[in-house]
Design a protein around this ligand. Structure first.
Ligand SMILES: [Zn+2]
Length: 248
């Protein structure tokens, strides 16, 4: 097994996402696979999704508390022991220097080998989904915090001892280069999503999640133009990443 290939399991990982449920929708098959193999995972959740409803009778505070509880329950289903809420406001996130510094503090405190975050370039998905501005802002802030800020000793020494992240796993990307087999953890992925009663409104995510993961597995099996066909018998379900190796 090579470092950062599809079978690699880091000793520790940190996800950095804008909302409760982002990690579950996008990368929870991988998270469950890694925690089962002994990886210590920390979830950093930048906003508590406090406007994520069309129900005008609720309040921002009440919704934030509900969504934080859902996030904790989802983390338990995935074997994730640490969840950090940064308490920013939903739908107002910008990749400010202040947010970058806040993320540097978390990276230096938890010292993950791998950071998982979104892709700031992904704006359109097919012809019906515009990537949420918070997702793009979170992705920019996460990448900037990882490199170079967290590893620069003279930058913000009061935020903790400098730390170099070994690799970033960029997800929800149009340019994946690595696919992780989640056939054995697709059920954990679906179970983690079922924690989000406030977001699902009775909808059962199982079919959609299986469909997407199967499509990713198909994409993984298809060689780029000019390359020979890969051997059959690849995974049934997969999650795709652009893996950026910062330290061999
Ligand atoms: Zn989101």
């Amino acid at each position: 097994m090579q470092r950062f290939d599809a079978d690699y399991v880091p000793r520790s990982a940190m996800t950095i996402f804008a909302h409760p449920d982002d990690a579950e929708f996008i990368v929870s098959g991988t998270i469950a696979r890694w925690t089962r193999a002994g990886c210590e995972v920390t979830f950093v959740v930048i906003t508590s999704g406090n406007v994520g409803t069309h129900d005008e009778t609720t309040t921002r505070d009440a919704l934030a508390r509900t969504r934080e509880a859902e996030q904790r329950e989802a983390a338990r289903a995935l074997g994730v022991k640490k969840v950090v809420f940064l308490g920013y406001d939903d739908c107002e996130l910008v990749p400010s220097l202040e947010l970058r510094r806040r993320l540097v503090r978390e990276i230096r405190a938890h010292r993950p080998e791998v950071v998982i975050c979104g892709d700031p370039h992904a704006l359109f998905f097919e012809d019906r989904y515009i990537n949420h501005p918070d997702h793009r802002a979170a992705a920019v802030a996460a990448l900037d915090a990882v490199f170079p800020c967290a590893e620069m000793e003279l930058l913000w020494p009061e935020e903790g001892r400098a730390h170099k992240v070994h690799a970033v796993y960029v997800c929800a990307t149009h340019s994946p280069n690595t696919w992780i087999d989640i056939t054995g953890t697709i059920d954990a992925k679906i179970a983690s999503l079922e924690a989000y009663g406030s977001q699902l409104g009775g909808w059962n995510p199982s079919e959609r999640i299986r469909e997407r993961a199967a499509r990713e597995a198909e994409r993984a099996a298809k060689p780029p133009a000019g390359e020979p066909d890969r051997a059959p018998g690849g995974p049934r379900y997969a999650e795709g990443f652009r893996v950026m190796k910062l330290k061999e």
